[in-house]
Design a protein around this ligand. Structure first.
Ligand SMILES: Cc1cc2nc3c(=O)[nH]c(=O)nc-3n(C[C@H](O)[C@H](O)[C@H](O)COP(=O)(O)O)c2cc1C
Length: 194
């Protein structure tokens, strides 16, 4: 199961959805993972996000939505691509759509609300890792498609922050290059002018 928290963060990697498979977290554990995802900094406690779960058979039903949306957007839709769209959500046992939900709150700028939704996505991924699963944060084309938005039941001010695919790695990923810390980090020095 989980290693010590810092080692987990220092070694974590996403596993591409195509390399995820069963098992996924059972319902009690998924609830805990989602509870961790909801435990993110949230200025003024306005909860500017929500989760939509896809498990079991509804994953295929949502695939039909994606295939139809793709078909409607193309003059000459490819049959292979239609199959790919229909099978998208079957790549992992659990998919969680994290929805950014902008609240009308003068004290909390939209930017901060969006950042909190991103934090919820990352906490969800990390909590899944800590519980022994792998995952990937994906948007692909369907996060931005109007008919998919409708099928998700998104309202005004709501956007997909990510689809978090969760399952068990069928193949472990290689290391990935990471930024040179010294290139992205500076120490602030007081401005001596004046
Ligand atoms: C908002 C967001 C959207 C992303 N969408 C996709 C996507 O649609 N397809 C994809 O292959 N990777 C996508 N990624 C990248 C993967 O989630 C991930 O960063 C990449 O596979 C390497 O991950 P790692 O550094 O966690 O190992 C997205 C990342 C973010 C933050």
């Amino acid at each position: 199961m989980s290693e010590d928290p810092l080692s987990l963060l220092l070694s974590r990697r996403s596993v591409v959805a195509n390399n995820l498979g069963p098992p996924g977290p059972e319902s009690g554990l998924l609830r805990q993972i989602l509870t961790a995802a909801a435990r993110v900094p949230d200025h003024k406690k306005i909860v500017p996000w929500r989760f939509i779960l896809f498990e079991g058979e509804v994953r295929a039903a949502f695939g039909e939505v994606l295939a139809k949306a793709y078909e409607a957007s193309e003059t000459d839709p490819s049959p292979v691509r239609l199959e790919t769209e229909a099978a998208r959500f079957l790549r992992a046992p659990v998919v969680v759509a994290v929805i950014s939900k902008i609240k009308n709150q003068k004290a909390v700028p939209e930017w901060e609300q969006v950042l909190s939704a991103g934090a919820a996505c990352q906490n969800l991924l990390t909590a899944a890792n800590a519980a022994g699963f792998s995952g990937q944060w994906i948007t692909e084309w369907y996060a931005y498609d109007e008919s998919v938005r409708n099928a998700l039941g998104l309202g005004e001010g709501e956007r997909v922050a990510g689809f978090i695919y969760i399952g068990t790695a069928q193949e472990l990923p290689q290391e990935r290059d990471r930024p040179d810390l010294d290139e992205i980090t500076t120490h602030w020095v007081p401005n001596k002018v004046g």
